[in-house]
Design a protein around this ligand. Structure first.
Ligand SMILES: [Zn+2]
Length: 370
């Protein structure tokens, strides 16, 4: 099933007619713009150094991508503006204010700004817990972040990513209700995990992405993991690029990773992430591109200030810049990349079947306690 086959006839762009510019493979660089660390200190406002450093690297790489592809290169930035940001930085709009000049420059370059949320919640003892079990809390994180985005950037939010490899149907209903057109949360092939891989105390496992398609699709309203053949949803799900390792490679990687993290049960599935070790990045990129049905490449990078990771990101950007087939690709934003596939996200003119968006109880800001 191709991406274009999944687009209902009424929404397709004009026929591409095999135009060479249209047939370029869209490469979507998706950046999570978030604080340094996870269990944040509330006692002082900390700059997001990781974001500054990752943004410097990507901005420096822009002209190289443009030169190689002959097309302007643009990125999609997913900005955290959820309750944890509000609590630690004094306001959910802090990143937009603190980095106003940077975001203005990125937008002038044609980049897309979207939202990234996590469900971090204060605990009664002053700590943090990831609470994706209380749906009213999850919906509050999404709606409050969306309000902060609209207030800060004075523009429509078109792209969204939930954090910690988690999403559910009710939350996607909220995202769609807010008029957001593109969700880039899914990591096909990933099974739910609990424990150390989630990196923070959490009330539940991550989501089950083991059966989600690798190509962009509109979800079945009763289960986001399945495409809806009628394409009724306005929200386009754009999966990140993932790769399942061959059994021998997976076994070797598992053995290596368990030396450092004995309790870890790594999955044989890797998400194409700019912060991977360069040898792995090169391998996963090649496998993703070798897939016969590849329609897009969506790669992720989380802003974090670890020197080793920054070195890997810089190295991996060079791997991408020097990739032999890059001249047949275009580094572009999520909406523009999907438009090249004849797909558009956003509100549908036809009403959806029945009331699907649950209206949550008033936001619950009180700390979570067991
Ligand atoms: Zn995140």
């Amino acid at each position: 099933m191709s991406a274009v086959q999944q687009a209902p006839a009424g929404e397709r762009d004009a026929p591409t007619g095999g135009h060479p510019e249209r047939s370029r493979l869209p490469v979507l660089v998706c950046v999570d713009v978030e604080p340094d660390g996870r269990l944040l200190d509330r006692s002082r406002v900390q700059p997001w150094v990781g974001f500054e450093q990752v943004a410097d690297l990507l901005e420096a790489a822009r002209s190289g991508f443009a030169e190689r592809t002959g097309q302007s290169a643009t990125y999609t930035w997913f900005v955290r503006m959820d309750p944890q940001v509000a609590e630690t930085q004094g306001s959910p709009t802090w990143p937009a204010t603190a980095y106003a000049g940077r975001f203005a420059r990125l937008r002038r370059a044609g980049d897309e700004l979207g939202l990234h949320t996590h469900a971090y919640r204060s605990t009664a003892d002053g700590g943090w817990i990831v609470d994706e079990v209380d749906q009213a809390w999850v919906e509050h994180t999404v709606r409050s972040a969306h309000a902060a985005f609209r207030e800060s950037f004075q523009s429509t939010c078109r792209c969204f990513r939930f954090g910690d490899r988690w999403i559910n149907d009710a939350t996607l209903d909220v995202v769609e209700d807010l008029g957001i057109g593109y969700d880039v949360t899914l990591e096909p092939g990933r099974h739910p995990v609990v424990g150390p891989i989630r990196l923070a105390p959490t009330r539940g496992p991550s989501a089950d992405f083991s059966s989600v398609p690798g190509l962009p699709y509109r979800r079945d309203p009763s289960d986001f993991r399945r495409p809806d053949p009628d394409g009724r949803s306005g929200l386009l799900l754009v999966p990140l690029s993932t790769h399942r390792y061959a059994p021998l490679v997976a076994a070797a990687l598992t053995a290596c990773r368990r030396i450092r993290h004995p309790t870890l049960r790594p999955e044989p599935v890797e998400t194409l992430n700019l912060a991977l070790r360069p040898a792995l990045f090169r391998h996963v990129l090649a496998r993703v591109l070798a897939r016969p049905d590849v329609a897009h490449v969506a790669l992720l990078v989380r802003s974090e200030p670890l020197a080793q990771r920054l070195g890997w990101i810089e190295h991996n950007l060079r791997i991408l810049l020097e990739y032999p087939g890059l001249d047949r690709m275009v580094v572009t934003t999520v909406p523009e990349g999907m438009a090249r596939l004849g797909l558009a996200g956003g509100r549908r003119s036809a009403p959806l079947d029945g009331p699907r968006v649950s209206r949550p109880a008033p936001p619950r800001n009180r700390p979570w306690s067991p």
